[in-house]
Design a protein around this ligand. Sequence first.
Ligand code: ARG
Length: 526
Amino acid sequence: MTDDDPDAGTAVRRDRFAGGPARGFMSSLAADQRLFAADLAVDRAHVVMLAEQGIVSDADAATILAALDNVEAAGHGALSSGEDVHEAIETAVIEHVGDVGGRMHTARSRNDEVAACIRYRLRADLLATIDVVNEVREALLDAAALHVDTVMPGYTHLQPAQPITVGHWLAGYEQALARDAERLCGVYDRVNRSPLGAAAFAGTTFDINRERTAELLGFVDPETAEPLLVDNTIDAVSGRDVLLETAGALTALAVTCSGIAEDLVLYANRGLVELDDDYASTSSIMPQKKNPDSLELVRAVAGDAAGAFQGVATTLKGLPRAYNRDLQRVGPHVWTALAKVTETLAVAGGAVTTATWDEAALETAAAEGFSTATGVADLLTQSGVPFRTAHEVVASAAEAVATGNNASGLTSGENQNDAGNAVKPLADDAVVQALDNATQDQLGQSIATLVDPDDLAAALDPTGSAASRGSRGGPAPAAVRESLDRAHSRYNENLAATRLRQDAVESATNRLDAAVNEYTSGEQDA
Ligand code: ARG
């Protein structure tokens, strides 16, 4: 504002903006509905600790804890006002029991309170999402076991590349989801630390017991039950990197789902698989259409998740320590991503495990585009030809097949191998003929002198081709069965790790209830 500003010093702007938009703008009360139950738990643990430490009297603690029960019963919708759920709950407690309610906020700040609420709620959300990932993994493992022998085309650059099996493809996505589950579990272990007791950011003069509130809220090592803290009080209130990595892990999960979706869109488009009607849409005008809409939406949600990650990262980037109000806008990105990605995962899992694979179409497609070429090159290499030479021989045969330039006569049965013995006749087949021509051109001998024609026929057959790639983790049915055994073990380990964490949270809930009861049941007796 300068001296020649005509409005300088007048009330004009003040009038225009008085009682203005900032109050509502600053409030997070509506979005905080997600934190309502978490805040009640954090309040209860804090009050119990204050009483145990002699910072508030047992009687005052009992009064406040009883008021919190009333606030809980009335629900988030009954909260009247406030910048956020934390302030509104405190106000409601004071409304219920008068000034004594004002003791609840002793030795804490909304800064450590909100950080504790976020971590408390996020823990439950992460466990719920991990559960869905594990359900989809189990369904994929079951589907893979059914399709260990179902041959299908494998693609690179969207072109037929090498025959694989449906079981191999399904097991590949289960393995990716295993990483997603492990990633979310790793994030969980960093979320599962208590910031409570950091107060505004610089600790407190009161003799609080941070380990105790951590224990009451289940911020404990799931194996040893040792309390876990975000030790440094500045970091405790400021650090939201756990929200960033949650958004990152959800983005990775959504990207896995988008891959499943895109593959299925492609396979359905090529007539290799049919989606269950629940996962498809019809056209409002074209009667013949069955569109893979659910999968297209799954594909799109990866964009939402990446957007949430970007929202969190750009909000946090360059924020000074300690608390800044920007932090209020970080959580909602993650809450939205959690809901959207978890729903999407269930849809992707449902679509892939209810789809019907057309085995005849898959086998035909698996033979297209000379997709067995690599196996033939391997066979020639096993006969002693250097791989690079074998690659060239098969490449020129592939070109001849593609251009129809493979008409010369078969060399068939007149061939002799190095020992001078006659070899078996080659099959009367255009591809075999092209291979024989190329071998004669480049190596000066018939392919029948190098490889057994029966082995060649097996290598050219998509089923035989997939079956021959039995290296660890490969598509051969035996290799896939072994992979599935390992995948089951990993799945069971992951499931046990998740259960352990769920049990730790559940026992903490019981511990907190029991601790609260120590005060409130006494109040009822009195
Ligand atoms: N609603 C706020 C948030 O979500 C709570 C913390 C408020 N603290 C403050 N210093 N204004 O971050």
